[in-house]
Design a protein. Sequence first.
Length: 244
Amino acid sequence: MLLELAHVEVRYGAIRALQGISLGVDEGELVALIGSNGAGKSTTLRTISGLLRPTHGTITFDGADITNASSERIVARGISHCPEGRRIFGGLTVAENLRLGAVSRPRSAAAGIAEDLATVLELFPVLKERLDQAGGTLSGGEQQMLAIGRALMSRPRLLLLDEPSLGLAPLMVERIFATIAELKRAGRTILLVEQNVHQAFEVADRAYVLETGRVTLEGPADALRQDPKVEQSYLGAGGIAVVS
C-alpha cells in the first residue's frame, strides 16, 4: 500500500472524531470515502495531511511513518490536499495561486514546474484564459478547478480531494468529475471524499463507508454500490448522500 492508516484515533477535546479507523490506498488507485456529515471524512484527510494530530494509531506513506510529521514534510513527501471549500487566495491572481502550489519544490525544479503548469492549464483551459484575473472573481466551479490545479502543482504522489462537487451546479459537477476520471486514467493516486455518492462510485476503484468515526463497510466500489445498506442510506436520492 502507498498509504496506510492503522487504528487511527483523533479527538476534538472529549469528542472522538475518528474511532480507530484503518484504511489503505494502493498506488494508481482511486479510493472514495463516503458518509454523512460528521462521519469523520474531512477529519481523515486533515489528519493524513498533518493538519490534525492522531491520539492513537499510525499513518504510513510509502513505507515511512508520517503520523506526527509536519504538513510541510508531508507535502514534500508527495501528499497534496485540496480542501473542502476550495480555500484559494481570492486576492491573488490565478497564476499566483498556481505558483503557490509549487512553493515546496526546489528552484532546480523550475523546468518541471513549468511543465506541470502547462499540464494544469491543458487540463483546465478556462484557467489559461484567466491567469491574470483575481482568484476571488472566478465562479465556484472555476475556483474548484483552480484549487485542484494548485494541488497538482506540487506534483503529488497522492492527491487528497475533499468534497470537490460541494456547492456546484450539476453541469459543473459533471465537468469536475470528468477531470477526476482523466486524472485517474493518467495514473494519479487519489483519496476522494465526496457527498455525491453516485459520482464517487462512478470513478472509484474501492470505497470505505464512515459512520461516526468508524469504518463500517469497505470493498470494491461496484460491490458497495449494490449493498442494500449503501443503497438505502446514500443512493436513494439520485446518488446524493443524505447529509442532515
